[in-house]
Design a binder for this molecule. Structure first.
Ligand SMILES: Cc1ncc(COP(=O)(O)O)c(C=O)c1O
Ligand SMILES: [Zn+2]
Length: 391
């Protein structure tokens, strides 16, 4: 089957390029592989105007997604989420142009749907029989749903203290759930060990190349929804970092396509004070992030003490002229409540964290009041309601 893309080492170590017609995970150097397309071939036959009639999902950008000729996407309608103006919160903060990209409206209630739609599409095309993932919660739910849709078995590994709704939703979609003592990194180790023995296809964050492809469509959509230009800032709650890596990749690709010409956005990584390896590394001027000891936060998706894509996240933050901010659990829950009460947007604590970070950035004079800011509400409130229980 012909593919229009191949895989390259994300840090240009000299290995590769790698054939996308075979299962590929990390590069020989241990860093992520990224998909590369033949833009010189794609651009002349894919005018921006053709999107007027495109499907209202992330697959509207199919020529820029990992779909081999003759393949059909594994899709549940992910993406093309609304970019809501948030005038009430904007007024509270003194910002004229505050927008929230509401990823809670995706299948299984989070932006993880995009990555899993792309990854399961490719795994299905490559004939995988069993998919596995270590997850803080949302990625497991998304994998469970997309694997079910594709008729593939899913094995998900989550920390034992994950909130109950995540476990139940995985079971709704027929996934085999294993609860692990420890954090997502421990779940990752166990999933990899078992997977090696059984020949499972591992879809861990950035350990397979296609979840980032799904996530990059957040960038494509923000640009399209703003009339093919970038906002000044995009604020993203960062765990493993596929969102940042994907959005930065979208910036480059949209330039290659000639669809967006203006200045790129500055990217902001938000993490929790109780687990902020990327924030610490960014401010220390480091290229990679040391593992965080004793990771603890109510935002499950941000409880990621170490990530294989650290180098790519830090590079994107620096190249974009962005920054990295840590917020307290209390402030992120406050942010979640503000999004809910002031705008009617149901936000996960990770989404609340972006608002808390924006408050800090305005207070510190980093974000100016006349700038345009997009917050990514990466997930919905419903699976996290225990964090707002009183008493
Ligand atoms: C709601 C939510 N936001 C943000 C993240 C962080 O995503 P990533 O690990 O891709 O940086 C997660 C990850 O689980 C999440 O569930
Ligand atoms: Zn390499």
């Amino acid at each position: 089957m012909a593919t229009r893309f191949h895989l390259e080492c994300s840090v240009s170590c000299g290995a590769g390029p790698f054939d996308a017609d075979r299962r590929q995970h990390l590069c020989r150097c241990g860093r992520p592989l990224l998909a590369r397309y033949d833009w010189d071939r794609i651009a002349p036959t894919w005018p921006r105007e053709s999107l007027r009639d495109a499907v209202p999902s992330m697959w509207r950008y199919a020529p820029a997604l990992p779909l081999a000729d003759g393949d059909r996407p594994v899709t549940l309608g992910e993406g093309w989420t609304p970019l809501f103006p948030a005038p009430a919160l904007g007024a509270d903060l003194g910002l004229d142009r505050l927008l929230v990209k509401d990823e809670a409206l995706n299948p299984t209630n989070s932006f993880k749907a995009r990555g899993m739609s792309a990854a399961v599409t490719r795994a299905h095309a490559l004939g995988a029989a069993t998919l596995s993932v270590p997850s803080a919660g949302n990625a497991a739910c998304a994998l469970a749903a997309y694997a079910a849709n594709a008729g593939i078995e899913a094995r998900v590994f989550m920390p034992r203290d994950v909130k109950t709704p995540f476990i139940r939703e995985c079971r709704v979609h027929g996934a085999e759930v294993t609860l692990v003592d420890g954090l997502i990194t421990d779940a990752g180790r166990i999933a990899a060990d078992e997977g090696r023995r059984h020949g499972w296809y591992d879809v861990s964050t950035l350990k397979e190349p296609y979840r980032a492809e799904g996530k990059k469509t957040m960038g494509y959509e923000i640009a399209e929804q703003l009339g093919w230009r970038w906002p000044d800032w995009i604020v993203y709650p960062t765990g493993g970092g596929t969102g940042i890596v994907g959005i930065w990749k979208a910036c480059e690709e949209l330039e290659r396509l000639g669809w967006v010409k203006g200045p790129r956005p500055r990217l902001v990584t938000v993490q929790a004070e109780g687990c902020a390896p990327m924030v610490r590394a960014f401010h220390a001027g480091a290229d990679t992030a040391d593992p965080w000891e004793g990771a603890a936060t109510v935002a499950d998706g941000l409880r990621v003490p170490a990530a294989v894509g650290d180098i790519l996240v830090l590079r994107a933050l620096r190249e974009s002229g962005g920054t990295a901010v840590a917020v307290s659990d209390r402030d992120m829950v406050e942010g979640m409540l503000d999004l809910g009460r002031r705008e009617g947007i149901g936000a996960a604590p990770e989404g609340g964290a972006t608002l808390a970070a924006l408050r800090q950035l305005i207070r510190d004079g980093v974000v100016a009041r006349d700038q345009e800011v997009v917050l990514l509400n990466t997930g919905g409130a419903l699976k996290y309601l225990d964090v707002v229980e009183e008493g």
